[in-house]
Design a protein around this ligand. Structure first.
Ligand code: UDP
Ligand code: MG
Length: 324
């Protein structure tokens, strides 16, 4: 389909080490798709600079000057992977028929794009890239990720297993995504809510070929927590159930105490008393904390702050008008 305008969307945070190589490989892919008449020459490779402090934006600017196939969007400051990706997608939807999002380190195999486009041509509107194996991830990351996906499932969150943010989305689904106004953003959980015809494509995930991961453990944990609390209210329910459970236990203890009293047995238990005070106190604090987490989210959502602010946009593509 010669007329299909494809936008690759890649969030970049301090990626000066990988960008030149990424650009080279993507450009080769872009040209191949062009020659095969799969995409139109209005297609672009859109790099989103997520407030990098290194030369990332300079490199993107140079690429754009060198060839208009490269487009750049620069955010006013670092807003994190999910917001940067959203910024890219929300900008791309004004120009493209389909977007393909991926990480700037090309850990996702770009060859899988062919199959994604084929599925799109077959009528799919969202095509998820799914990792065949996680060989290149550390054992720790693999184990925790597996557990985490199970946990999310248990909490009623519908996500695609082993899918990161490598996916094809049609213009229609991007417009639908724009209707989700939440500030607390976990795209992997939101996209499946959109619906339409979807499919998956499998690929091998490689190792980052240069630079360091921009997801240290702390960010990863925050991201995981975000995933649960922005999509599920099950933790609050667990607390309610816990509260009921603790209350029932205390009633049993009360009855037991009365029985002991009637039987004339002396109360020996200073230690058991102090232990239960601490246990219950701890549980209450924990519960307040989790509830507070949700209230914090509500607070942020009610403010309706913008999720990203664009500083600069380099692109000379043709804007589409429908649906906007
Ligand atoms: N990223 C971003 N903003 C951030 C952190 C990361 O835009 O604050 C981008 C990063 O440049 C990369 C993608 O998100 O393109 C995924 O990050 P990374 O490859 O470091 O994560 P990992 O693969 O180690 O989970
Ligand atoms: Mg990576």
């Amino acid at each position: 389909m010669k007329d299909t305008v494809l936008y690759f969307v890649l969030p970049c945070y301090n990626e000066e080490e990988v960008l030149p190589e990424t650009a080279k490989r993507l450009f080769a892919k872009y040209n191949k798709l062009l020659r095969a008449n799969k995409i139109s020459d209005e297609s672009r490779i859109l790099f989103v600079n997520d407030g990098s402090s290194d030369r990332t934006w300079e490199i993107i600017k140079k690429l754009h000057e060198w060839n208009p196939a490269f487009s750049g969007l620069s955010l006013s400051r670092n807003r994190g992977h999910q917001n940067a990706l959203l910024a890219g997608l929300m900008t791309a939807r004004k120009y493209c028929d389909i977007s393909v999002s991926m990480d700037a380190d090309l850990q996702d195999d770009i060859e899988a794009v062919d199959e994604m486009i084929a599925k799109y041509e077959g009528g799919c509107e969202i095509v998820y890239g799914v990792r065949n194996s996680r060989k290149t991830d550390t054992k720790f990351k693999r184990g925790t990720a597996g557990l985490y996906y199970r946990l999310l499932e248990k909490m009623g969150v519908n996500i695609v297993d082993n899918h990161a943010d490598y996916r094809l989305m049609s213009r229609r689904t991007l417009n639908a995504l724009a209707e989700f106004k939440e500030v607390n953003l976990f795209l992997r959980g939101i996209v499946p809510m959109i619906g339409f015809k979807t499919d998956v494509v499998y690929y091998e995930r490689g190792a980052r070929f240069a630079g360091k991961s921009k997801y240290p453990l702390k960010k990863m944990l925050a991201f995981a927590f975000e995933g649960i609390t922005s999509l599920s209210i099950v933790p609050i329910r667990i607390i309610t159930n816990l509260g009921v459970g603790v209350f029932l236990v205390s009633i049993v203890l009360l009855i037991w105490g009365i029985v002991q009293k009637i039987r004339g047995a002396t109360v020996a238990g200073w230690s058991s008393l102090i232990v239960s005070i601490w246990a219950v106190g701890g549980m209450i604090l924990l519960s307040i904390g989790v509830v507070g987490e949700y209230i914090g989210k509500i607070y942020l959502e009610t403010k309706g702050r913008p999720r990203f602010i664009v500083d600069e946009f380099l692109n000379d593509g043709k804007k589409k008008t429908d649906g906007l």
